[in-house]
Design a protein around this ligand. Structure first.
Ligand code: GLU
Length: 279
């Protein structure tokens, strides 16, 4: 593992709504993890889902974080400006024979995944399109049917062999390459996915410590595998606990009352807001 002498962290929100206290917690966590060790803090706008992202939310993210008292390096990386980086990574995976076209609609994939499964695991795509006969695949393509590209996780795991990563809380973790199954790495309307873009970006931006909520812990198994397949360095990870609302449930964008905007409009100061976010 190549480590720079000081940590480089990032906060990577998607501009699909206003930031809430949960985001503030995550941003402050990343900022403090870097700055308390003399490191660098980056901000990245994860806006590959054009149907859900809006420029006014991006502007609000910058404004709200600055109000909260954070600063970051510029230029800020915006994923939609770098689609060619993800296309290049996708081509490398394709050349290794590790991708297959999946013609299932999102609804079909969800239905297929909702067959009885291990309660501790998320419902996984059962691989319906993994073994489609070549002729059927060709016919569906010729028909112009939309498809997503999925990673053949078993083939990928066979290629990489055992992998490990380090989590600051949980220690050395053996990567479970099958944790999320055959994840989607690109769609027709979005030529990349969260997993691919985040892995490529963290490497290109020289991020050495990925901090994020523990809800994304399982994703790290996938990211570790993509790093191995794409010859990218492996950062250290720190998956932090999630901030819960008064009802004990995790905060979500729909909880409008706890957006940073709403707090500011109600007269809450940045210091009070940081305290509410656990800092
Ligand atoms: N963009 C992701 C989100 O808003 C965070 C990605 C990450 O930190 O890896 O949940």
């Amino acid at each position: 593992m190549i480590q720079s002498p000081v940590p480089v962290t990032r906060f990577a929100p998607s501009p699909t709504g206003y930031l809430h206290l949960g985001h503030a917690h995550s941003a402050l966590f990343a900022w403090r993890s870097a700055r308390s060790a003399g490191g660098r803090f980056l901000l990245r706008i994860e806006d590959i889902d054009a149907s859900r992202c809006r420029p006014e939310f991006e502007a609000a993210i910058l404004e709200d974080l600055a109000w909260l008292g954070l600063d970051w390096e510029t230029p800020v990386r915006r994923q939609s400006d770098h689609l060619q980086d993800y296309a290049a990574a996708l081509a490398r995976l394709e050349a290794q024979g590790l991708l297959y076209p999946c013609f299932c609609s999102r609804a079909e994939a969800l239905r297929a995944a909702s067959a009885p499964h291990d309660a501790d695991r998320p419902a996984l795509y059962p691989g319906t399109c993994r073994n489609l006969p070549v002729a059927e695949r060709a016919a569906l393509r010729a028909e112009g049917r939309a498809f997503a590209l999925r990673l053949d996780s078993e083939a990928a795991a066979a290629k990489t062999g055992p992998l490990f990563w380090t989590d600051r809380r949980r220690g050395r973790i053996a990567a479970d390459e099958l944790a999320l199954g055959d994840v989607v790495l690109a769609r027709k309307d979005t030529p990349t996915s969260y997993h691919l873009a985040v892995t490529v970006d963290d490497a290109l931006q020289g991020v050495t410590l990925v901090t994020r909520g523990e809800d994304l812990f399982e994703s790290t198994h996938v990211h570790r595998m993509l790093q191995a397949l794409l010859d990218l360095p492996t950062p250290e990870y720190d998956h932090h606990g999630l901030l819960l609302g008064a009802d004990g449930k995790r905060l979500a964008k729909r909880d409008r009352a706890v957006t940073l905007r709403a707090l500011r409009e109600a007269g809450t100061t940045p210091a009070e807001t940081r305290a509410l976010a656990g800092f």
